[in-house]
Design a binder for this molecule. Structure first.
Ligand code: HEC
Length: 119
């Protein structure tokens, strides 16, 4: 028994960094999600030179993005459909997906700690 104990402790200790790595990956894994969704669902209409206006996260500040998702997203997009799609943009995204896009925009807005375009 005395020889097993330190091993057991070591084994248990190994779980801690492993758990941290796994959790960090899970959290980091959520982030590109919003970005990928933005690329797939917003960029087609808001890329450089777009007639609908060029928007990337750092085009607006955080409050403007929050206000946009709260008040302008639906009126400005209720009739739009992505090129090549048959379902309306707003019907093709789940609330969770829209939340992820909003988070990406807010997290990388002009006044955020990591302003980003969407390239
Ligand atoms: C199929 C084309 C299309 C797609 C896809 C699209 N938009 Fe738009 N967007 C528009 C149009 C059209 C307007 C209105 C332009 C206007 O009123 O001059 C607009 C307006 C906007 C505005 C400005 C709103 C304002 O009044 O200040 C923002 C910001 C915006 N879109 C962000 C997004 C985001 C974020 C997504 C992805 C979830 C997205 N758009 C997807 C076409 C699109």
């Amino acid at each position: 028994m005395r020889t097993i104990k330190p091993k057991a402790i070591l084994a248990a200790l190994w779980m801690i960094p492993l758990a941290i790595v796994l959790t960090t990956n899970a959290v980091a894994g959520d982030k590109p999600n919003g970005k990928e969704l933005y690329k797939a669902n917003c960029k087609a209409c808001h890329d450089k030179g777009s007639k609908f206006g060029e928007f990337t996260p750092m085009t607006l500040i955080q409050d403007q993005w929050r206000g946009f998702f709260k008040e302008k997203l639906v009126p400005a997009h209720k009739d739009v459909t992505l090129p090549g799609q048959s379902i309306k943009l707003l019907d093709s995204l789940t609330p969770e997906q829209m939340k992820a896009i909003e988070k990406f925009c807010v997290d990388h807005a002009a006044d955020s700690e990591q302003p980003q375009t969407c390239t």
